[in-house]
Design a protein around this ligand. Sequence first.
Ligand code: HEC
Ligand code: HEC
Length: 246
Amino acid sequence: MSPRKTYIWLILIFLTGCSSQGNHTLETGAVLLEQKCAFCHNLDMPPETYEKESAPPMMAVVFHLKEFMKIKDLKDKEDKFIPFIQDYVLYPSKEKSYCDEESLKSYGVMPSQKGNVSSEELKVIAEYMYTFYDQQVYLKEMQAKAAFDALSKGEQLVRSNGCLNCHAIEKDKVGPSFRNIAKNSTEKIMDVIQNGSQGKWKQFNNMMMPAFKDKFSKEELIILKEWIDSLGKIEAPKPWRSKNVI
Ligand code: HEC
Ligand code: HEC
């Protein structure tokens, strides 16, 4: 999934508490933005860097507009942010632009999109831009990504392949905890991951460990095995020291 798609889902999940009308508007906004603006603006958050771009990435546009226009709350969004987008896209000018001199020189002023997009559509687009390019959401996601990147490769594999649906590191769940496996398994761990298992751990009610046959490369299987083994060698974190023990 592209980072942008992930964000769309994040936002849609985020808003499930709101009326379906709100979600509907945002979905329409996402589609319109793609249709009307992606030709020049990179819409990803964060944007991939291009050698040669014809317009500033949309994330940069929205972040700096919110800053320069001092958009603080929903009222500012309605009173300043949305009207600015509606006006600028149809009647752009050097004077109105918040773009710095240098960038304006290299990009040139945005060509008017009159005839390509209507003021009503721009309202919906602006609504979506305001919600989607959110610094707080972006920051949180970046922090989560940094935290994930800081994990050992073994834990990353376990987290990104659904193992934690059934296993936890410290606590028995649908299947035994990874620490329990590290201490007590007599099986060849790499074989089990590839071929699955059932009925060997009596306390798990014959629950099945699915086969991950061709899911992992040989190197990844070794990393997984070594990660599980390592849990048998280090002491478990004390639950009263960390809230995040899983
Ligand atoms: C043909 C290329 C092109 C298309 C299509 C385009 N833009 Fe732009 N846009 C630019 C360029 C170039 C700039 C940077 C120069 C400027 O600020 O005018 C820009 C800047 C902007 C700015 C920033 C203005 C500022 O003050 O910093 C906004 C907002 C914007 N575009 C919105 C949109 C929206 C919304 C759409 C789709 C409806 C869109 N643009 C479609 C080329 C384009
Ligand atoms: C649908 C639930 C489920 C998922 C997903 C799952 N497991 Fe398991 N796993 C189990 C169960 C249940 C057992 C105990 C099986 C038994 O009793 O034979 C088990 C056992 C194991 C064992 C111990 C083998 C032994 O026999 O000693 C290892 C190692 C293991 N799982 C690793 C993994 C890894 C790595 C992943 C992710 C790639 C994973 N599991 C995903 C349910 C699951």
